[in-house]
Design a protein around this ligand. Structure first.
Ligand SMILES: [Mg+2]
Length: 365
């Protein structure tokens, strides 16, 4: 089999749902880069990547100008060799960031071809360890909501069958954060897991002072308390407070995960296949986490179908986020949470094909 054409499509899709706010962002649109690899045997591979902010055009240029010439006429079975060759076409200007995000989209398309050739969805192709995947809700808990809105939403999610919900922290006064956590705990009771997410807003001093108090409300984890580049700071925090630390959604390499794990600075490994170099590197990092007896809880917003399939095939991947539900029907085969669990998809492939009519309606490049 040979790759005959490489096509990229850039979309900007407006969100239909209510406000999405955290300590760093207010999200109104999501950009998508779709990569389409056609082959001489009629199998087409689809990959994609995403961003809340404009900028995926940089990833599109990398695919069009750097990776497409490498992919042309290659046998997609040589995925790992192809990805390595692509990586070195622009490593002077982008070993991480937009170029890597573009290359991950290519990598997903290569996996999609392999799965379709085998006639299996990704989770069956990898070998499954579970037939459904537990979900926790991050489609709420937004930072600008009032305490009442926060509580009402958390209770509604519990009504729907979720037994784990996440709320955003990082208000200007951290004491407000603690009051909001307390209000949600009081409302949902002791049987529901509450996760918290600071989106990197705190200093070490703030994290030490207020992170310690989260244990009073039995918080399951404290996510991205500080800037992700500083492993030593996270190690200090992890050793100072009892609430577990979760990081990974803004780490781009397996070496970054290795450093966090070696330092004892992470307890929940939130590796996202769209940020690292695709599925192969995700599996390596999940295996590294398993060697240290650490659970993997992949960061997910629009790419839950990919991570649900990886979770179904990864014993230490115990939970997947559910977010951006208003975008579910943009996918060729949407999956949903029922009674707190994701059902697994059955169409062959990786599952990142965006519906053609959605592409036509929202294409910007
Ligand atoms: Mg997060």
């Amino acid at each position: 089999m040979k790759i005959t054409t490489v096509e990229t499509r850039l979309l900007r899709v407006p969100l239909q749902q209510r406000t999405i706010t955290d300590s760093q962002s207010t999200v109104t649109d999501v950009e998508f880069l779709q990569v389409v690899l056609r082959t001489d045997e009629g199998i087409t591979g689809y990959g994609m990547n995403w961003s809340y902010t404009p900028g995926l055009r940089a990833a599109q240029v990398a695919v069009d100008e750097n990776y497409a010439p490498v992919l042309q006429d290659k046998d997609p079975a040589f995925r790992k060799a192809i990805v390595r060759e692509c990586f070195f076409t622009n490593h002077f200007i982008g070993r991480v960031g937009a170029t890597r995000v573009g290359l991950a989209a290519v990598e997903f398309a290569l996996w999609d071809i392999a799965c379709k050739q085998a006639g299996e969805p990704l989770w069956r192709y990898l070998g499954a360890c579970r037939d459904r995947v537990k979900a926790y809700s991050t489609d709420g808990g937004w930072l600008t909501w009032s305490e009442q809105e926060l509580v009402r939403d958390a209770c509604a999610l519990v009504e729907r069958g979720f037994d784990a919900v996440k709320i955003k922290l990082g208000r200007p006064d951290p004491r407000e954060d603690l009051r909001r956590v307390a209000a949600v705990r009081d409302a949902v009771g002791d049987e529901i897991d509450i996760m918290t997410d600071v989106n990197c807003a705190w200093t070490l001093a703030t994290a030490m002072q207020y992170g310690r108090a989260l244990a009073d409300w039995d918080v399951k984890w404290l996510e991205e308390p500080m800037k992700p580049e500083d492993v030593a700071m996270h190690r200090e925090l992890a050793h100072a407070i009892t609430t577990p630390i979760a990081v990974g959604e803004t780490l781009f390499t397996r070496e970054a995960f290795r450093d966090y794990i070696a330092a004892g600075a992470v307890h929940y490994v939130q590796v996202d296949a769209t940020k690292v170099l695709g599925i192969d590197e995700w599996l390596e990092i999940a295996a590294l986490a398993a060697c240290h007896n650490l659970p993997v809880v992949p960061h997910t917003n629009v790419q839950h179908k990919l991570h649900v399939q990886l979770a179904a095939a990864t014993p230490n991947c115990v939970l997947v986020e559910n977010c951006y539900e208003s975008l579910n029907d943009m996918w060729e085969e949407p999956i949903e949470v029922q009674g707190g669990y994701y059902q697994l998809p059955e169409l062959p492939g990786v599952g990142l094909r965006i519906r053609d009519d959605v592409v036509d309606r929202h294409r910007i490049g």
